[in-house]
Design a protein around this ligand. Structure first.
Ligand SMILES: O=C(O)CCC(=O)C(=O)O
Length: 306
């Protein structure tokens, strides 16, 4: 359960860290499943439905940047998405009826080259009818100043939705220099393996290249209140059973709740699809240092992830 102080901090700052949510056994199982999926990148030549690869990946020297949509990659993650400790933390924040979003990911942030994520707001990728939407980061490793921790701009979830476009299309990143966004007050979120972070869907956040000798894997589950329905086709709703099948707590509803919230539509679609890393390739001025690389091009048809 969250303390009153944590609930107040989430509302005010837009993020919190919750300690020791996973047991040692669950954390060990999470690492085992994740290691096995990452190992499947050996011999792979390009991004797949599950694996997003670092630009420097080679089939004989595999480098996984992200495991995409973990809840579809292995039943362990689908079960973990409904973990009682996570549900207990989310209920005071977005209510008791909770849907897992179709996206989600494990950002692998490998030691030495794990990719940065440019500043962005998840809401720019997936606006909903109301903003009871958030992301939970399950820490597979200790996360501190050295290994590319999540960085957040406290209070930015109460501010504007920033421009995430570049060169006439969505790019899933904020050009800090052009927009004048002040990131000097950004905070690093530090925690231990088994802790979770929770950040509001409008929170500005990002993270740097991991140049340390320690990996920093974070599993992000994205959740919405059941009455927050996705806008602008950011999720395909043709299959209502699948949509409602992602209710992880409480009940679904056919009555979306509409809130007066600022929205920018993530269209035209980013020229590079498949992951936020690909989307952000068309950001003109990058904020974070990136690994030097030859890039590979991937185009996909499914939108709506962050
Ligand atoms: O892993 C991180 O540090 C940031 C992740 C993130 O914001 C994203 O992948 O959308």
């Amino acid at each position: 359960m969250l303390t009153e102080a944590q609930i107040v901090a989430y509302r005010h700052d837009g993020y919190i860290l919750v300690r020791n949510v996973l047991s040692d056994e669950t954390l060990a199982a999470l690492r085992d499943v994740t290691d096995a999926i990452a190992a499947s990148a050996a011999g792979v030549t390009e991004h797949t439905e599950v694996l997003d690869l670092e630009p420097s990946h080679r089939p004989d020297a595999p480098r996984v940047r992200r495991i995409k949509k973990p809840h579809r990659a292995h039943p362990f993650y689908r079960d973990l998405a409904a973990h009682a400790g996570i549900m207990a933390a989310l209920t005071p924040l977005i209510g008791a009826n909770i849907r897992l979003r179709a996206g989600g990911k494990i950002n692998m942030k490998a030691s030495g080259y794990g990719a940065p994520v440019e500043w962005h707001q998840d809401w720019a990728f997936y606006p909903h009818t109301n903003q009871d939407v958030l992301a939970v980061g399950v820490l597979l490793d200790d996360m501190n100043a050295s290994n590319g921790p999540l960085r957040v701009l406290p209070g930015s979830h109460r501010g504007p939705i920033h421009d995430h476009h570049s060169q006439g299309a969505f790019c899933g990143a904020i050009d800090v220099a052009r927009t004048g966004l002040d990131v000097s007050n950004a905070r690093e979120v530090h925690g231990r393996a088994g802790d979770i972070t929770i950040h509001h869907v409008r929170m500005v956040h990002g993270s740097a290249l991991n140049t340390s000798g320690r990996q920093r894997r974070v599993l992000y589950f994205e959740y919405a209140a059941a009455d927050a329905w996705p806008l602008a086709g950011v999720e395909h709703l043709a299959d209502l059973d699948e949509f409602n099948g992602r209710i992880v707590h409480g009940k679904p509803t056919m009555r979306p709740r509409l809130e007066d919230v600022p929205v920018r539509i993530p269209l035209p679609r980013a020229p590079f699809q498949g992951s936020i890393y690909e989307n952000q390739r068309t950001l003109t001025r990058r904020y974070f240092e990136h690994e030097a690389h030859d890039v590979t091009v991937q185009r996909e048809t499914v939108a709506g992830g962050a």
